[in-house]
Design a protein around this ligand. Structure first.
Ligand SMILES: NC(=O)c1ccc[n+]([C@@H]2O[C@H](COP(=O)([O-])OP(=O)(O)OC[C@H]3O[C@@H](n4cnc5c(N)ncnc54)[C@H](O)[C@@H]3O)[C@@H](O)[C@H]2O)c1
Ligand SMILES: [Zn+2]
Ligand SMILES: [Zn+2]
Length: 398
């Protein structure tokens, strides 16, 4: 089959690799009809390189048609249309029962001290072959699939694997009070969808980014926006001015570890990239490697007693945070990868013909898998309006 394969920093290629096969009675094989490019893939493309191996298949936002199932699988059968959550979970452990599928005790990557295994997401998360490919082997398929209705086009369900539950959790964890205000930092796919969900829930939403077409996209849906490039030094003040001098109840960080505006950490990223992988991965696990501009703005912006919800991914273990301000302001902080299956029942009723969240027109590019290397480049540089890319690996794709 054809698949998007990691070859090095900023070097992904489409290679021919062996088709996946059932290896365990709990596996399924899914023929992928739509599989998206995500901001999380950009971390692998750049900063998380030391945790990647040449030949790793990337991708974690798939949907498709079940091709084959292992002997234990009774919940889905060949021919079923499914979405595949980006994390693998068993459905029968303590964490799964708590709705914390990102911490599944069956798939946890204990050798790395990581939570549940993720598709296509480096050795930190189990080096499981990813989903930007024609076929995907789905371990723990009894729980790692969501059955989808037939009929509507793939666009309707393409974001159930990641974007929708991630944004839903970001808003839920933000704990916005009724009639409250939330600031969303970053208007990539996750931030944009978080704005839509927060607005749908009736909150006042203020979105911040520095890419003109991303600001315009949010504004078109009635979101108030602030251009960070106009407020590099006074973002907190500008937002306090809009919110009675007090600041918003909640802030969502939808930026993560590669934030614009963190010059010091940029040097560290470059230095790490020059080291041999074994040394670099050890160093990254023990040092502060994140660019903290977004989380630092969140700490400044949020009102006293307010809540910060981090959905942007962070990876360093010695990041300096301003504990004085966090403690004094009595800030509440929630974070983590999205527990996809926990939120699916709340999201599904919104995926209707009325399309209140605008999923049918969310993608800006629908490309063949062969176009992936170019798409990664443009998505990273935020060029040519590349915002959300859906790859269509299968010739029969919907
Ligand atoms: N928690 C989860 O389960 C989960 C799931 C998916 C993605 N993510 C993470 O969410 C983040 C966003 O993903 P995405 O697909 O939207 O990526 P993206 O890279 O397209 O979006 C990030 C946006 O942040 C903007 N930005 C950069 N620095 C900023 C700053 N200092 N202040 C405000 N905006 C700034 C960028 O211009 C960009 O538009 C990534 O870190 C990704 O890894 C987390
Ligand atoms: Zn993703
Ligand atoms: Zn489990």
């Amino acid at each position: 089959m054809r698949a998007v394969v990691w070859h090095g920093k900023r070097d992904v290629r489409v290679d021919t690799v062996p088709d996946p096969v059932i290896q365990d009675p709990n596996d399924a094989i899914v023929r992928i009809t739509t599989t998206n490019l995500c901001g999380s893939d950009l971390h692998l493309y750049e900063v998380l390189g030391p945790f990647m191996n040449v030949g790793d298949i990337i991708g974690h936002e798939p949907m498709g048609i079940v091709e084959a199932v292992g002997a234990n699988i009774t919940t889905i059968k060949p021919g079923d249309r499914v979405s595949v959550p980006f994390q693998m979970s068993c459905g029968h452990c303590h964490m799964c029962h708590e709705g914390l599928t990102t911490q599944c005790e069956t798939t946890q990557v204990r050798s790395q001290n990581s939570g549940a295994a993720l598709f296509g997401y480096s050795s930190l998360y189990g080096s499981v072959p990813g989903a930007q490919a024609e076929y995907l082997r789905v371990p723990q398929a009894q729980h790692t699939t969501v059955r989808l209705p037939e009929g509507p086009p793939d666009d309707r369900y393409a974001y159930l694997s990641d974007v929708l539950p991630t944004a839903w959790q970001a808003v839920a964890y933000a704990g916005v009070p009724d009639g409250g205000t939330v600031v969303v930092l970053g208007l990539g796919p996750i931030g944009d969808m978080s704005c839509r969900i927060a607005a749908h829930k009736g909150y006042r939403v203020i979105g911040v980014d520095l890419v003109p077409d991303r600001l315009a996209r949010a504004a078109q849906r009635g979101i108030e926006t602030i251009d960070l490039s106009q407020h590099e030094s006074d973002l907190g003040d500008a937002i306090r001015e809009m919110t009675n001098g007090r600041g918003p109840d909640s802030v969502i960080d939808a930026v993560g570890m590669e934030a614009h505006g963190s010059p010091g950490a940029g040097v560290a990223h470059t230095a790490v990239a020059l080291l041999p992988d074994a040394v670099a991965s050890r160093l990254m696990k023990t040092s502060g490697i994140d660019k903290l501009a977004a989380v630092n703005s969140a700490i400044d912006i949020v009102r006293r007693g307010g809540t910060i919800s981090l959905s942007g991914v962070y990876g360093g273990s010695a990041d300096p945070l301003n504990m004085l301000v966090m403690f004094d302001k009595q800030i509440q902080l929630r974070m983590g990868q999205a527990n996809v299956l926990k939120w699916v029942p709340e999201i599904m009723p919104l995926l209707t013909d009325e399309d209140p969240l605008g999923v049918d027109s969310f993608a800006t590019h629908r490309l063949s898998l062969e176009e992936a290397p170019e798409a990664y480049k443009k998505f990273q540089k935020k060029q040519d309006g590349v915002f959300k890319v859906c790859f269509k690996p299968s010739a029969l794709a919907a």
